[in-house]
Ligand binder design. Structure first.
Ligand SMILES: NC(=O)C1=CN([C@@H]2O[C@H](COP(=O)(O)OP(=O)(O)OC[C@H]3O[C@@H](n4cnc5c(N)ncnc54)[C@H](OP(=O)(O)O)[C@@H]3O)[C@@H](O)[C@H]2O)C=CC1
Ligand SMILES: O=C1Nc2ccccc2C1=O
Length: 283
């Protein structure tokens, strides 16, 4: 089984199939971690207004380009950020998008802008989407998507008469202990790429007995097993690490393959174990 290095988004842009999560990386080291991640081969960086490190993520990307401008190109990198719940609604989203852009102005544009969650409610969600679509028209943003959306939230958006740009991704928590198979299938069948957040179950399952046994069998780390599981399920895992030592192996997940039998051992379709928050079921 060959897993894709990139997915084609409905906006026409491409999305690397593994990304770096940046939540809770200390501000003082974020630029260095991001720059090192790019050196190791990561090409997708995931941040959010909530994380308070957008500026530093942008600095890390610029630093990487400046290191070797002939080879390290801006257009190879996909920079993602997300609008927080309190920034939803038309006027608030307009102002928030402008701020997001200003924080990384040196990048020239935001590749992917997500609405962080559906929690603002049905009206504010659509108003936010209107502002996000306008940001695409204005060239501030290339692609727009959603996060923590359940099927009913996506259906609302797809059936909205004001829809001009479809969401290209839905970023949701997925791991072997929170599989959300039905929602993932729904996204895929609507041309929406699934980004899997907390693919290492927030670190809490890194010493799981089956994961550890399979790590030995395939001669890789336990994190690599979990990232590869997500890739083979057809998702875009976003493992976070603040450790420069862990970055190279977290992206080195394209040279081994988990057998179907072992994929089944790792998978726990009956389990429901969110690590952070759950709002795919919000009204
Ligand atoms: N849209 C949303 O609502 C959400 C989005 N996210 C996104 O997804 C990203 C990933 O999720 P997150 O919650 O951070 O959790 P992850 O599942 O990525 O796990 C991160 C934890 O695993 C540890 N870790 C990373 N690599 C290794 C390794 N090779 N060996 C052992 N331990 C390792 C990290 O420690 P260390 O850093 O010390 O290496 C950290 O404690 C976030 O950073 C964010 O970008 C996350 C939650 C919600
Ligand atoms: O990365 C994240 N960690 C979180 C914890 C609670 C709510 C949102 C998030 C994120 O986006």
């Amino acid at each position: 089984m060959t897993v894709q290095r990139f997915y084609q988004l409905s906006s026409g842009y491409r999305l690397p199939s593994v990304g770096l999560g940046t939540w809770s990386i200390p501000n003082a080291s974020t630029a260095k971690v991001v720059c090192s991640a790019l050196d190791c081969g990561f090409r997708l960086i995931d941040t959010a207004v909530l994380y308070g490190n957008e500026r530093e993520c942008g600095q890390g990307i610029l630093k990487w380009i400046e290191q070797d401008p002939q080879n390290n190109k801006r257009e190879e990198v996909v920079y993602t950020t997300k609008l927080w719940n309190s920034e939803c609604g038309y006027a608030r989203a307009k102002a928030a998008i402008k701020k997001c852009f200003e924080k990384v102005e040196g990048l020239g544009y935001i590749d992917l802008l997500l609405i962080h969650s559906p929690l603002a409610g049905p009206t504010a969600r659509l108003e936010t989407w209107k502002a996000m679509q306008e940001a695409v028209d204005e060239g501030l943003v290339k692609s727009i998507g959603v996060s923590n959306y359940g099927q009913h939230h996506i259906e609302q958006l797809l059936s909205w008469e004001g829809l001009r740009y479809k969401p290209v991704v839905n970023q949701i928590e997925i791991s072997p202990w929170l599989m959300r198979q039905e929602l993932a299938d729904f996204c895929k069948s609507n041309g929406i790429v699934v980004e899997a957040y907390a693919p290492l179950a927030h670190g809490g399952r890194i010493n799981d007995k089956d994961v550890s046994r399979l790590a030995k069998k395939y001669n890789v780390s336990t994190a690599q097993i979990l990232i590869r599981w997500s890739l083979q399920k057809g998702y875009v895992p976003l493992p976070k690490t603040k450790s420069l030592e862990r970055l190279p192996s977290n992206i080195d997940v394209y040279n081994f393959e988990i057998s179907q039998e072992d994929m089944d051992i790792l998978s726990h379709p009956e389990s429901y174990d969110p690590t952070d928050w759950e709002c795919t079921d919000a009204p």
